[in-house]
Design a binder for this molecule. Structure first.
Ligand code: FE
Length: 246
């Protein structure tokens, strides 16, 4: 990952493994016992790639009632930043291949409403810096019905009140929906509200490191954003967008 980042001209690379859950669901989160190995690998990458600033992050899942372990993990001093994300609607992993069929039988507006309600709960709970892939439910092309927009607006208001940053995540360009998270209209509204924006490619493989990042930087400029934020030891570092465009 670090080698790919350097080859593609990045100066800063953040790792954000899925934080352990208790109890584990579906087997895709990092087991608790593997955390020291994760830290050691990131430190090894740092030692080998002094040309890069390498950040140690986590992506936490929001599941009502199972936040204890997450908080314990996220409070560790080695962590630079935490992304808070919702991948489950009341036990339904709506962004997984196994769960996608449910989109065909669910009331889509109700699913979106519940999703945004969970994102607001996550945001109000705190303990993290960045809201991840905000409109993830569109992943398989089941787009948000227009009448749900008020939920998006409310959610952005909460994100602003809580002082959280929002991620522009290019992974959506690589899946069925073919569009980054969040969609332009949401990103523009976030920029208007002065919500700090950060960049992510959600690379699960070196080939996706920096994927569509040039596009993403231009997209930020197009929606009126002037700076990008990232987090080092839980504190914001602000980079003028002009510098990234150059
Ligand atoms: Fe995620």
């Amino acid at each position: 990952m670090a080698k790919a980042a350097t080859a593609r001209g990045l100066r800063v690379l953040g790792f954000a493994e899925h934080a352990p859950l208790a109890p584990e669901l579906d087997g895709w989160h990092m087991p608790r016992s593997e955390f020291p190995a994760y830290v050691a690998e990131v430190e090894e990458a740092r030692a080998r790639h002094s040309e890069l600033e390498i950040l140690l992050g986590l992506e936490v899942d929001y599941l009502p009632g199972v936040q204890g372990l997450v908080e314990e993990f996220c409070a560790q001093p080695c962590i630079d930043y935490v992304i808070g994300s919702v991948h489950y609607i009341d036990g339904w992993n709506f962004d997984s291949e196994e769960g996608r069929w449910e989109w065909d039988v669910r009331d889509r507006a109700a699913a979106y409403r519940r999703y945004y309600q969970l994102v607001r709960e996550l945001a109000r709970g705190g303990g993290f810096e960045i809201v991840g892939h905000l409109d993830l439910p569109k992943k398989f092309g089941y787009r948000m019905p227009p009448e749900v927009w008020d939920e998006v607006e409310q959610t952005l208001q909460v994100i602003r009140q809580e002082g959280l940053a929002l991620e522009l995540n290019t992974a959506g360009l690589r899946v069925e929906v073919g569009e980054a998270y969040p969609e332009t209209r949401i990103l523009r509204r976030a920029a208007e509200l002065g919500i700090p924006l950060t960049l992510g490619t959600d690379a699960h493989d070196p080939q996706h490191v920096a994927s569509d990042l040039d596009w993403a930087i231009r997209q930020l400029a197009d929606v009126g954003c002037r700076e990008v934020v990232y987090f080092r030891k839980r504190s914001p570092v602000v980079v003028p967008l002009q510098r990234m465009l150059a």
